[in-house]
Design a binder for this molecule. Structure first.
Ligand code: NDP
Length: 506
């Protein structure tokens, strides 16, 4: 096995970035950050407390009120966003190394994420310039138009899986539309987030527009969500956290976007292109270490092809290269943290009594330390099994047979989640009808998870609330004020013009 790779010039301490300055927590609190291969602390990070969040929100509020960012022309903001994209692209390799080191993602997959992060900025840089709203006219009487405005300080709370890309996904539309932000990244993976300040400064983003506070979700995150000067909250993470955030934000009527967990079905009919379906379903659950909200973690296979498909799926899973995240040959790296490793391993133990174990089933061979899980396949999993119902968020798949379209649909919809779905069939009518009946925010037909940034992203049921992506992100991060102009006489009923009425007349 090659040696654990530690990037050069790794910082040993990460600070908040508030109002254009790197600062520690006011009370000096810190927490340790580990890498997922050695499970040793490689740095400390400032642990944000309520007083630190107060300072960050005040800076963001001041920057919003005083400008210039919120008042700039879209073209001027667009130029800054394009510069951000250029810088991210130019630092692709370095970013990927840090991301892979901090999160355990295979380096080849981390590279793709850095490119996507740059693309998020480029996409919204273009969109805000092209963006326009309708005006309507009532001939001779009225013209109406939409005055679209940024809202204020946005709280961006992000998870540890593909952290830099997830952060860019929220940062780009939030600032493109003229808001200012306070971002709280996941505590397991703060490293790549610490690159944003330098990138933003180089690109010319004005001071105070971007503020970064590290710290625990239950303290810094919770206080940020409840802060009265924060009208927008965009959160990606676990469904149970989403419920807590929803409750905390409700009394203040905040704009809320929740992108939560999933247990997405990949449905393979007997008439599908089996080779393509096999490639996609194996990739769909094992890529990004299985730590993927849209993972096709339940594979439903039509009975006629079931035995063959399952055998080939298991064979592929056994051949997957588990290895050091830094090794370009690695297909599945190390899970993000010991706690998450323990959670995934506990589901594997549960699975052993719920399904037929065909591959994996524990720690990856040859890796006595680190958070390495062997790609694990359970077949014949019943729909009431916990490994069928609950999100594992690791390289573990549950495979279940079905006979009819109706049965497949019932199985597909039989979880509390509804994020993504994948359908494999060569029957056009079936593909569309089946897709329309699936309870999910997104469906891919005969395709792996390929995103077009213009399409809405989000889930139904316990997978989330609201949509981001393309114009939906612009809608989320702005308010639309409707302005009505009268073109003619003001036709108001004349109240209070009768002068003859006296007290007691009635
Ligand atoms: P968590 O919900 O635990 O954490 C997400 C973020 O929220 C972290 O920054 C966390 O901080 C913070 N947080 C935790 N509690 C609170 C709180 N009470 N108030 C405010 N913020 C809080 O999720 P994970 O980081 O464990 O991410 C994995 C989960 O995210 C999976 O379930 C996955 O499905 C889901 N996910 C969904 C995606 C989607 O788009 N639908 C995409 C990616 C992931 P801290 O790190 O300090 O705990």
């Amino acid at each position: 096995m090659s040696k654990h790779f530690v990037p050069e010039n790794l910082p040993d301490h990460l600070q908040h970035y508030i109002d254009g300055k790197f600062v520690d927590s006011i009370g000096g609190k810190t927490f340790e950050v580990q890498d997922p291969v050695s499970n040793q602390a490689y740095a400390t990070a400032a642990a944000g407390q309520p007083e630190d969040v107060d300072v960050a929100v005040a800076a963001a509020k001041r920057a919003f009120k005083e400008g210039p960012w919120s008042k700039m022309l879209p073209r001027e903001r667009s130029r800054v966003l394009h510069k951000i994209a250029d810088i991210v692209e130019s630092r692709d390799d370095e970013l990927a190394l840090l991301e892979s080191f901090d999160s355990g993602l295979p380096i080849t997959q981390a590279k793709g994420q850095a490119r996507r992060a740059a693309e998020n900025f480029r996409f919204f840089a273009d969109l805000i310039v092209a963006q326009h709203d309708n005006a309507t006219k009532v001939p001779g009487r009225q013209i109406n138009y939409v005055n679209r405005k940024p809202i204020g300080v946005a709280a961006l709370i992000t998870p540890w899986n593909v952290p830099f890309m997830q952060e860019s996904w929220k940062l780009a539309p939030a600032i493109a539309t003229g808001n200012t932000v306070v971002m709280k990244p996941a505590s397991y993976t703060p490293l790549s987030a610490s690159l944003w300040p330098e990138i933003f400064e180089q690109a010319g983003l004005p001071t105070g527009v971007f503020n970064l506070v590290f710290g625990s979700g239950g303290v810094a995150g919770d206080y940020l969500v409840k802060h009265p000067d924060v009208p927008i909250v965009s959160f990606t993470g676990d469904s149970s956290t989403g419920a807590v955030i929803s409750t905390a934000a409700a009394p203040l009527f905040k704009s809320l976007s929740l992108e939560l967990g999933g247990k997405s079905p990949a449905v393979v009919f007997a008439d599908a292109d089996i080779e393509a379906a096999l490639d996609a379903t194996v990739f769909g659950v094992f890529s990004l270490n299985g730590e993927r909200c849209t993972a096709g973690s339940r594979v439903l296979v039509q009975r006629d092809i079931y035995d063959d498909f399952v055998a080939r799926f298991a064979e592929r899973a056994k051949n997957i290269v588990v290895g050091l995240p830094s090794d370009p040959a690695t297909e599945v790296g190390s899970l993000v943290h010991q706690n998450h490793f323990d959670k995934v391993m506990s589901y594997i133990e549960i699975g052993k009594s719920e399904g037929r174990l065909l591959a994996g089933g524990g720690r990856a061979e040859g890796f006595p330390t680190g958070n390495y899980v062997a790609p694990t396949v359970f077949a014949d999993v019943a729909p009431d099994a916990r490994i069928f119902q609950e999100e594992i968020f690791g390289p573990v798949v549950a495979i279940t047979p079905f006979d009819t379209d109706e049965e497949a649909l019932e199985l597909a919809n039989n979880t509390k989640y509804g994020l993504a779905a994948y359908v494999w069939t060569s029957d056009l009518k079936r593909a569309h009808n089946f897709a329309h009946s699936i309870e999910s925010g997104m469906v891919w037909l005969n395709s792996n998870n390929v995103r077009d940034l213009r399409t809405p992203f989000g889930g139904v049921k316990a997978s989330g609330l609201g949509r981001e992506g393309g114009y939906r992100s612009i809608d989320f991060y702005t308010t639309q004020q409707s302005v009505q102009i009268n073109l003619n006489e003001a036709h108001s009923p004349k109240f209070g013009v009768q002068t003859s009425r006296k007290t007691g007349d009635a």
